[in-house]
Design a protein around this ligand. Structure first.
Ligand code: PA5
Length: 437
């Protein structure tokens, strides 16, 4: 068995085994469509084989630039939105010290990673510029199209700011552009200014791009072992090329969520008991929401951070409208642990926990919650990795990407386009007076 373990026993009370078996021929067809390049959106399936054939020259350049950034920068600002930002943030948060911005430079060993271009909030932007003042700064601007408004606006500010601080030539040595091979305004700008440039392959769309330079440069700059991340993804890539539903956990996850969707469970809640996985939930929501939510179809992807959200969303999950199921993402081993001490006075009445560690208590909370939610009518799927380390998370990324593509095909949609995100842009451009709108 591979790194990621999938278990749908928490959903068995809600669907018969036969319901999954019925999907077997459809899963096989989806697999053939994906691997044979005959499925909808097949021009964007370069990520499927990517872990097997990484671009070693590009990887070496990523590592060299990450080492430079770690050496000369207190802050790295990653400018991007959607698939050009969420994957990096998901993995940096999952794999870093929970409070790493508060660690001193020597303990961090590299820059704090901050993010821009993922909103148009003036306060966020002004606060960010205030915080980078006086700190050595590098910028990684990421945009496949090179024309997305939010990051383009943020980069206009940062380009001007960097040139004011470091001079035009100095700024060019601290700005890294990740974009299309040949198209888009960012590509033109990067060429004209001489920025170090990384390529987002033509056949990989934004939300499937975290294992390209899009994610790897900021992740490596944050001090995370990208070789281990890619090794995990590679192992998952080998494991999940097996078309047999009974042997393929990623496909079993796709089939289970499809079977639940057919029974009216139209909302999927990705839950984790680790705050550091919050942005993994954000990345997952984009992956599934943008891939499946079209043509009037699709599971609504939501996420929750337990146990915190048990005190806000717990009531609804336990007792509200019965159209949701949970997918619990967990790690067997905690990154760190602590044991509850015995207290002679026991005024807080917690001596029943004395000698037990927090990881055990957290896992009992998870088990109790699972039992309660299943009893309340919310099916549960479980995705487990051995640890919150780079190898496991690389495998988890690939597990979810592969399942997403298969899910999209099972649903009968193109999991690689996003036509629905254009309308707000058209309206915004018209309101802002962009020529031609
Ligand atoms: O997954 C996608 O394709 C989108 O979320 C894009 O990544 C997002 O819209 C940003 O686009 P771009 O990288 O072109 O700036």
């Amino acid at each position: 068995m591979g790194i990621v373990k999938f278990d749908c026993s928490g959903a068995s009370a809600f669907m018969a085994r036969g319901e999954l078996d019925c999907l077997e021929p459809y899963v096989r067809l989806a697999h053939e469509a994906l691997h044979g390049g005959a499925g909808a959106g097949s021009d964007y399936t370069g990520w499927v084989e990517l872990p097997r054939r990484p671009d070693m020259d590009e990887l070496a350049r990523i590592k060299a630039c990450a080492a430079k950034i770690r050496g000369d920068s207190d802050v790295l600002v990653v400018i991007g939105i959607g698939g050009s930002y969420l994957g990096a943030r998901a993995l940096i948060d999952a794999l870093s010290h929970s409070f790493y911005p508060l660690l001193d430079r020597a303990r961090r060993g590299g820059p704090i990673v901050l993010y821009a271009g993922n909103s148009l909030s003036p306060a966020y932007f002004a606060d960010l510029l205030e915080c980078v003042e006086g700190r050595e700064l590098s910028v990684n601007v990421v945009s496949k199209s090179g024309t997305t408004t939010e990051p383009a606006v943020a980069f206009r500010f940062f380009k001007e700011y960097m040139e004011r601080r470091y001079g035009r030539a100095g700024a060019a040595k601290r700005i890294y552009a990740t974009t299309d091979r040949s198209r888009g305004a960012l590509k033109g700008l990067a060429g004209a200014e001489g920025y170090e440039t990384f390529v987002i392959p033509d056949d990989i769309g934004g939300r499937y791009s975290v294992l390209t330079a899009v994610g790897l440069l900021p992740i490596a700059a944050a001090g995370i072992d990208v070789d281990a991340l890619l090794a995990g993804a590679r192992e998952a890539c080998e494991e999940y090329r097996n078309p047999d539903l009974a042997e393929n956990g990623s496909y079993a996850y796709a089939a289970a969520r499809n079977a639940l969707y057919r029974k009216g469970y139209s909302t999927e809640l990705l839950v984790a008991y680790e705050p550091c996985l919050r942005f993994f939930g954000e990345w997952w929501k984009q992956l599934y929401g943008e891939s499946e939510g079209k043509d009037g179809k699709g599971l609504f992807p939501a996420s929750a951070e337990f146990t915190a959200d048990l005190h806000s969303m717990g009531q609804y999950i336990q007792d509200g409208r019965r159209n949701l199921f949970e997918t619990a993402l967990s790690a067997d081993a905690p990154r760190k642990n602590a044991v509850v001490a015995h207290d002679a006075d026991d005024i807080d009445g917690l001596n029943f926990l004395a000698g037990k560690d927090l990881d055990y208590i957290n896992k009992m909370a998870a088990r109790g919650t699972l039992e309660a939610h299943v009893e309340g009518g919310a099916p549960n799927l479980s995705v487990r990795v051995p640890a919150l380390d780079a190898e496991s998370m690389g495998a988890a990324v690939y597990f979810f990407e592969k399942a997403c593509a298969i899910s999209g095909y099972l649903l009968g949609v193109n999991p690689f386009d996003q036509p629905g995100v254009e309308l707000y842009k058209k309206n915004m451009f018209r309101l802002l007076g962009k020529p031609g709108h």
